[in-house]
Write a new protein. Structure first.
Length: 526
């Protein structure tokens, strides 16, 4: 009898748990249905959409260039405070001002812009895409020229990162992966002095020889020094962000935004220099807990970048074998017909995936011009290789938007999608605008899809550790370690606490789930 009662009680408890689970699921579904209905009502109103997406927790912005993300107005303030000067003939602010201002060009202190609206407006226009339609250059050419113009205003990296932290907090973004350059100037000169690429040797022989030379020239210690500098810079950025928060009483402190870095090489330099930068990037990523991966950037249509593209993928393959734990994101396919020859559209994304071992692809605009694009899309979907979609960037730089953009192709083929801002400062945009454009342009994309894009931004980030989801990208069930835990109340079992404390990605994802739940509840109750 006792045994029978125990069985009945057990079955009753299981039934109660099952019913509770169904009720919880139905409540969640009802809440999302209500928000989806509201979302459909406002999707044709860009201003309503903007307010909606500004308030929505957006997880991470994981394709974000550090210097390009800062608005020109902020760069002017920094240059002025540092006593920087600017050429009047082209509004460029050089890095090395002591010996690079020729007498034949008139120059003034940047601070004079505060009393000269023409100078101020000229700097903003030159250092960003503002009023680009009034310039004599294409959007593409003007965009890439801006970085050479405002370079001297970006030396205070801590201040730049602090600004991005604060803006992310205000925009409900909890995580940033910022691209920063690796091994510029004297560092590369140290590694490559009297070295050059030997076109008479095979690629592997060149790479092995150069890599041995880099190590003999103290690659490890050079990278440790860079890592130490980055640690110091990041720590200072937190202090600056926190001080700004206290002074302005803003809605949230940027010091609470998690920031990691992708060390990046520039693809438009001689082969030995590109390889030196990549070697530094991999080495720093291997050393520093702040550096979670590497990238390769600059204009993909540049003559040198086109000529050396496949060789550069081989460099990354070589270094990936040396540093298998270093994660790789690559700009690939930021091209269109007319910008380059048809032949240059055939293979970049494919090689980034198959040779460059990329876990994420930035832009990927020319995918349908590639040879056997269906196979590449299939590989990306099956291997969980994420596509970073940046609609403002692609329209401003390439003129690609709407039905000409491959975003729906990636979505329909099951490739994980993340929305990102790219160079928000230069482009005069933010992360929320990317969501607005996608919602307004593609009616087939529902609220549930945007929720998935947000979750993707952390799930496919390069944060350390395991995530909270049982199946990557599925978002239907938590890992067993989180059984009995509640992201709304914050209640955690000891097992759950241990799991979250040991996994940075899980902590950020758990935080995001709580923020999404609070956002949805607020929308439902409004």
């Amino acid at each position: 009898m006792i045994k029978k009662n125990i069985i009945l009680i057990t079955l009753l408890l299981l039934l109660v748990a099952s019913v509770a689970g169904v009720i919880e699921e139905k409540q969640s579904s009802t809440s999302e249905n209500s928000i989806s209905a509201y979302f459909e009502q406002i999707r044709d109103n860009p201003e309503e959409l903007r307010a909606f997406f500004l308030a929505m927790p957006k997880g991470g912005d994981i394709h974000n260039h550090l210097t390009g993300a800062v608005y020109a107005e902020g760069l002017i303030d920094r240059a002025a405070s540092e006593g920087k000067r600017v050429y009047l003939n082209n509004y460029s602010c050089p890095n090395n001002q002591s010996d690079t201002i020729p007498q034949i060009n008139e120059f003034v202190n940047v601070s004079q812009a505060y009393n000269n609206s023409n100078l101020y407006n000229g700097l903003v226009d030159c250092w960003s895409m503002k009023d680009v339609e009034c310039s004599n250059a294409s959007g593409h050419d003007h965009f890439f020229a801006t970085f050479g113009c405002f370079g001297g205003a970006t030396n205070n990296t801590s201040s730049l990162v602090a600004e991005l932290r604060n803006r992310a907090a205000i925009e409900n973004v909890e995580y940033l992966e910022l691209m920063t350059s690796a091994g510029e100037g004297e560092t590369v000169k140290t590694l490559t002095k009297n070295l050059s690429w030997n076109d008479n040797l095979s690629s592997d022989k060149n790479l092995n020889s150069l890599y041995e030379d880099f190590n003999s020239r103290d690659l490890r210690n050079i990278s440790k020094n860079i890592s130490n500098y980055l640690n110091k810079t990041d720590k200072e950025s937190i202090q600056i962000a926190d001080a700004s928060f206290k002074a302005r009483s803003e809605s949230g402190s940027g010091s609470n935004v998690t920031v990691k870095y992708l060390f990046s090489a520039t693809r438009v330099m001689p082969k030995e220099n590109v390889f030196a930068q990549l070697a530094i990037a991999f080495e720093v990523a291997d050393i520093s807990p702040l550096v979670v991966g590497i990238n390769l950037l600059a204009a993909e249509d540049n003559r040198v970048a086109l000529k050396d593209y496949s060789e550069q993928m081989e460099m990354i393959r070589f270094l990936h074998e040396k540093y298998p734990d270093v994660k790789i994101a690559l700009h690939a396919g930021e091209l269109k017909l007319g910008l380059v020859t048809p032949e240059d559209l055939r293979f970049h994304i494919h090689e980034a995936v198959t040779i460059g071992n990329a876990s994420r692809i930035g832009h990927g605009v020319d995918i349908m011009s590639e040879t056997d694009s269906a196979e590449t899309l299939k590989q990306m979907a099956e291997k969980g290789i994420c596509i970073e979609i940046m609609p403002v960037s692609n329209e401003e730089i390439l003129g690609v938007h709407g039905e000409d953009h491959p975003f729906p192709v990636y979505l329909s083929h099951g490739v994980p999608v993340v929305l990102a801002s790219d160079d928000a400062g230069v482009l005069r945009t933010d992360l929320a605008e990317q969501f607005v454009i996608i919602a307004h342009t593609y009616p087939q994309v529902k609220y549930s899809d945007f929720k998935k894009f947000v979750r993707n931004s952390l799930e496919y980030s390069f944060l350390d550790g395991e995530g909270i989801w049982l199946e990557k990208g599925a978002y239907t069930a938590f890992r067993p370690e989180l059984k009995g835990c509640d992201f709304i109340t914050g209640d955690l079992t000891q097992v759950g606490k241990n799991f979250l404390s040991g996994n940075e990605k899980a902590r950020e994802e758990w935080k995001l789930e709580g923020e999404i739940a609070a956002f949805e509840q607020k929308v439902v109750n409004t």
